[in-house]
Design a protein around this ligand. Structure first.
Ligand code: HEC
Ligand code: HEC
Length: 259
């Protein structure tokens, strides 16, 4: 690991430990382990990584033998070309060359449930495409369309079939997030580290443009930069609840109760 990266890691862990020591959070490991067969990273590693690579860049041994080569999900071309719907279709039907021959990308219908396929597609969107569901890019990146309707992106739901409760999420936010992100979500919390770490301002347009339940869930679970990971200290339901609270309060601006 690059030394500065290692130092950054260490800083995050120290921060995380301090954060955890300071807050009492519910534990619910049993519930989480029941859902583990749907865990997207496990599915991806098991079924897809051999060709697409663990980092989704398609740089695998298999690449040398395959024509067409496996997709790299991490470049701008993929973001432009691969909408969520298109990827779901690909998983269901496989792909064909121009002259109608099957490629190495087979149909996964026999191997994966519809829910697992959706989970995998959302995982690809979030982990490899920068959390920007490609539905936003069906105009092939024409800058004039940059600020068009993003409501489609909001349809990216929570993993594991979670039904979030934003009212409960509000309490989770107050207990665990507000100290850094602030009561107004502007990143100006009272935690003395906040000024230095620059927590995300949830009112910023670029955040609002791409945040979805799924991207929020993923960030809160795995962390990002100096944002601590919560997967060890919070159960999936609380992570979904707080994600939905942030989404409704700052992004979709919907009431906390109801759908
Ligand atoms: C045996 C190798 C292999 C495996 C395993 C594999 N893929 Fe692929 N995948 C490919 C190849 C090759 C392409 C490029 C196909 C093309 O260009 O038509 C591709 C393309 C894709 C695309 C883009 C489709 C398009 O229109 O370009 C998606 C999305 C995708 N794969 C998802 C997955 C997922 C999810 C899994 C795991 C369930 C998976 N792949 C497993 C080889 C593989
Ligand atoms: C110790 C301070 C701290 C705490 C506590 C904290 N965050 Fe963060 N958060 C950050 C920082 C710093 C960033 C910016 C990380 C980056 O972009 O590198 C961030 C970024 C984020 C982002 C944006 C990620 C993105 O893709 O841009 C979200 C969403 C978020 N935090 C949600 C939460 C939620 C929900 C909680 C409570 C469960 C929480 N944070 C608790 C410091 C914190």
């Amino acid at each position: 690991m690059h030394p500065s990266k290692a130092a950054r890691r260490a800083a995050v862990f120290a921060l995380l430990a301090a954060t955890l020591a300071g807050s009492a959070m519910a534990q619910d490991k049993k519930w989480k382990s029941l859902m583990s067969t749907d865990e997207p990273d496990k599915l991806f590693r098991h079924y897809c990584a051999v060709c697409h690579g663990p980092d989704g860049d398609g740089q695998t041994q298999a690449r040398l033998a395959l024509d067409p080569p496996p997709r790299n999900f991490t470049n701008a071309k993929a973001r432009e070309e691969l909408s969520r719907d298109h990827m779901l279709q690909t998983l269901e039907k496989g792909t064909y060359t121009k002259d109608g021959k099957r490629t190495a990308m087979i149909s996964w219908k026999e191997h994966l449930s519809p829910e697992q396929m959706e989970t995998l597609v959302d995982y690809i969107i979030v982990r490899f495409m920068g959390g920007k569901p490609a539905d936003n890019f069906h105009d092939h990146g024409d800058p004039r369309h940059k600020h068009h309707d993003h409501s489609k992106a909001r349809q990216v739901d929570y993993p594991y079939g979670l039904k979030p409760d934003a009212v409960r999420g509000k309490a989770v936010y107050a207990a665990n997030c507000q100290s850094c992100h602030g009561a107004q979500g502007d990143g100006k919390g009272t935690d003395p580290r906040a000024a230095q770490l620059k927590p995300r301002n949830f009112n910023a347009q670029d955040f609002r443009d791409y945040a979805t339940g799924f991207t929020l869930f993923s960030t809160v679970t795995y962390g990002k930069g100096h944002m601590p990971a919560w997967e060890k200290s919070m159960n999936n339901q609380d992570i979904a609840n707080v994600s939905e609270y942030v989404l409704r309060t700052y992004v979709t601006r919907k009431p906390l109760e109801g759908n």
